[in-house]
Ligand binder design. Structure first.
Ligand code: PLP
Length: 454
């Protein structure tokens, strides 16, 4: 079977599923656009890969110079169903032809209700649930805090070291890492308390003790430093994303959720990055049967269109006064149509299973590399959310220079990879879930070569 056939069958994309370099990276057309960008666009915005895109689909990004680059980032876990997925295109086109906007709070439309029904159905727990839709992950997290405070009538919010929740004022305060997210942007909102995170690789004890000891420390701090009766919510990513794909040891999340429940604290899972089949389950909380009171979703929800959701216990979601939540664009009909297309695509192509398969391929190959390259301190992740943490060989000291060298090598050879981590020493891999196996393996070949070239 040719690469093209395999591409069309699984990816719904008619772009050839191959890595192919037509020019150096960046090529002349990208360089020209990068110069225009520098003149017109605020210098504050980053650029992980120095090329301009022309088309993308399946597992590839085609740049303006005709280079076909393997996409190991999926726009930061957004195009889980692939870029320009067939059903997303179809539903978006139908929707923009019918109407583009009324504002759901002015004149409602069925698509918004359908997305809420889907979220209520798909998220963990079979209790009565309700949802509200917004534009971005940060906005969903902000609204989770609003709802939790309104319901509990308590002010404090507990977050974690290495956590990432967004770039708005409230979510900046909730985010752990100073540079680049917070530096110079304060003051931040009060009543946010940061707790230690169970981070097995950087713990001096075995994973089970790491979970137990960290839980003990957190509950002690919450009791003594905040006062349990003052805590509205514990907000946590079930697997930390920007923080470096930190997978908490088993028992940690259920322990936290149980502690929250016994103390009238809402347990909020920020599944903005982990959601929508990414980890080999629809939501990462399912792995340990954790049922959050509130769950935030965004990134992978709508095949690339901006949409986010807040879903939770019906009585919690209904505790806010009438018109207390909303926004002009939140739950745009076009984004809702895209979400319905993306959710249907996840089911049609069995992308949950596919994410597990991608995870197996990636972790096996990365563990092999770890044996060869002592710079790889740890391989971790779940499903199609895998990472390697780079260290100075023979120690646990973060190695950010090796990390950027690997990224540069991969880019020059037509593979897009992203970094993460408080110490900027984590390579994270988030391929679109429709990436054909041969392409995934080719990306891993290039990553292997990048380590060999260090
Ligand atoms: C990306 C992310 C956010 C913020 O989402 P935006 O859409 O960028 O505002 C919040 N939480 C987590 C876990 C994320 O990964």
């Amino acid at each position: 079977m040719s690469a093209l056939d395999e591409g069309t069958r699984l990816t719904g994309s008619n772009l050839p599923q191959v890595r192919h370099l037509q020019t150096e990276i960046p090529g002349p057309k990208s360089r020209e656009l990068i110069a225009r960008r520098a003149n017109a666009v605020s210098a504050s915005l980053g650029m992980a890969m120095p090329v301009f895109v022309e088309r993308a689909g399946g597992g590839v990004i085609i740049d303006v110079d005709g280079n076909s680059i393997i996409d190991m980032g999926a726009g930061i876990a957004v195009v889980n169903v692939g870029n320009s997925a067939d059903l997303v295109i179809e539903k978006v086109i139908d929707q923009v032809k019918a109407f583009t906007h009324t504002c759901f709070m002015v004149v409602p439309y069925e698509g918004y209700v359908e997305v809420c029904e889907a979220l209520n159905h798909l998220t963990p727990g079979d209790h009565p649930k309700k949802s509200a839709l917004f534009n971005s992950g940060a906005e969903a997290v902000e609204n989770a805090v609003k709802v939790a405070r309104a319901y509990t009538k308590r002010p404090a919010v507990v977050v974690f070291e290495h956590g990432y929740h967004g770039r708005t004022n409230l979510t900046m305060g909730m985010t752990a890492k100073n540079m680049p997210y917070k530096d110079g942007f304060g003051p931040f909102a009060p009543e946010i308390y940061r707790m230690p995170m169970a981070y097995p690789f950087r713990s001096h004890v075995d994973p089970q003790r790491c979970a137990e000891e960290t839980l003990d420390l957190i509950t002690h701090k919450m009791e003594k430093e905040i006062g349990l009766q003052n805590i509205a919510a514990i907000v946590i990513e079930p697997i930390q994303g920007e923080g470096g794909f930190i997978v908490p040891p088993r028992g940690f999340l259920p322990g936290l959720a149980n502690f929250a429940k016994s103390n009238g604290i809402l347990f909020v899972a920020d599944e903005v990055q982990t959601g929508f089949a990414r980890t080999g389950q629809m939501f990462a909380c399912e792995d340990e049967n954790v049922v959050p009171d509130l769950i935030t979703t965004a990134k992978g929800i709508a095949g690339g269109l901006p949409l986010s959701g807040l879903t939770g216990r019906a009585e919690v979601m209904d505790s806010v006064h009438a018109s207390g939540l909303g926004g002009t664009f939140g739950g745009s009909p076009v984004a809702c149509a895209a979400a319905l297309g993306a959710i249907q695509t996840i089911a049609d192509l069995d992308l949950i299973k596919r994410a597990s398969e991608i995870g197996k391929i990636m972790s096996a190959r990365l563990l092999e590399m770890q044996k060869k390259y002592p710079v790889i301190g740890e391989v971790r992740g779940r499903g199609a959310m895998q990472a390697v943490e780079l260290v100075i060989p023979g120690s646990a000291e973060p190695n950010s220079s090796a990390t950027s060298a690997v990224v540069k090598f991969c880019q020059a050879n037509g593979v897009l990879v992203l970094t993460a981590g408080t110490y900027s020493n984590v390579l994270r891999f988030l391929p679109p879930l429709v990436m054909p196996a041969h392409l995934l393996n080719e990306a891993l070949d290039v990553i292997d070569q990048a380590f060999a070239a260090l």
